[in-house]
Design a protein around this ligand. Structure first.
Ligand SMILES: Nc1ncnc2c1ncn2[C@@H]1O[C@H](COP(=O)(O)OP(=O)(O)O)[C@@H](O)[C@H]1O
Ligand SMILES: [Mg+2]
Length: 254
């Protein structure tokens, strides 16, 4: 009898343990703010008490390292894919205690071989994390390493080209059965609020955050810091913290 009671408690604890979430921060084209949002969202979730790993999936133009203050890391994902190191050996400590994984020098980029190896690594992900944030490269290729357990945010800017790119990316993610959590409208000016209804209609997803165009973003990048750490009271930081709260169920979704 005693045993039965104990077992029940154990099951209860397991049920309460949070599920791991993979969030791919994606976009159709480059330069819209994926890395900025991936790094700050990761730091924001860590600030709320979650264990967060951020992976730089941009093999050709890795720059998560700058904003997370890592400098030039000597080893990265490539060393794991090549079987030289374990994933634990290519982790670095980023803002708010996040774990950051750089790609290292991967000359062949998203080759079919690398895609298979990266997908396998993600599917058997060995690090304990509540959230694994994937800072995606632009374009379609890297979407091949995602699968239906992964959720995605689509980052876009308030201009027509970016909206069209976001529509294409959404269609691709839908096709792969990757749940789109919503769109993040980045670099928005006050007048861009009028776009939101239209964006939600054409994308068939909610705009879950609106991050303003702000000098704070550039300043913190130049200081190699995340604004949720360096400028916690700034508007971009408040918006990202709100998004982190919504994602982690600490605030109601709109
Ligand atoms: N909200 C913003 N306000 C001002 N500058 C921004 C904002 N978001 C991003 N940027 C700037 O835009 C550039 C591209 O951002 P980045 O996050 O590297 O984009 P991506 O990863 O999509 O290529 C960076 O110089 C960054 O500082
Ligand atoms: Mg980037």
């Amino acid at each position: 009898m005693g045993n039965t009671a104990k077992k029940q408690i154990a099951i209860g604890e397991k049920a309460q343990r949070k599920q791991r979430h993979f969030i791919a921060v994606s976009s159709g084209k480059g330069g819209v703010g994926k890395t900025t949002i991936a790094a700050n969202l990761g730091a924001a979730l860590a600030k709320l008490g979650d264990k967060v790993t951020i992976i730089d999936m941009d093999l050709a133009m890795p720059n998560l390292e700058i904003i997370t203050g890592l400098g030039t890391p000597p080893v990265g994902l490539i060393d794991v894919l090549d079987g030289k190191l374990e994933l634990e050996q290519v982790t670095y400590t980023g803002p708010m205690g996040t774990i950051v994984i750089p790609p290292g020098v991967m000359l062949d980029g998203y080759s079919n071989k690398n895609k298979d190896r990266i997908k396998k690594l993600l599917m058997d992900f060995p690090l304990e994390s509540d959230y694994v944030i994937l800072d995606m490269p632009p374009g379609r290729e890297a979407v091949d390493v995602l699968w239906s357990e992964i959720e995605a945010l689509i980052v876009m800017n308030p201009d027509k080209a970016s909206v069209l790119d976001a529509i294409n990316m959404k269609a691709l993610l839908d096709m792969r059965e990757i749940k789109v959590l919503g769109a993040v409208l980045n670099r928005a000016r006050l007048e861009d609020e009028t776009w939101i209804d239209e964006i939600e209609r054409v994308l068939e997803t909610n705009v879950v955050a609106v991050i303003p165009e702000s000098g704070v973003v550039k300043d913190s990048l130049n200081k190699e810091e995340c604004f949720v750490v360096a400028a916690g009271d700034s508007k971009p930081s408040v918006e990202i913290m709100e998004l982190a709260k919504e994602l982690s169920g600490r605030a109601p979704t709109q």
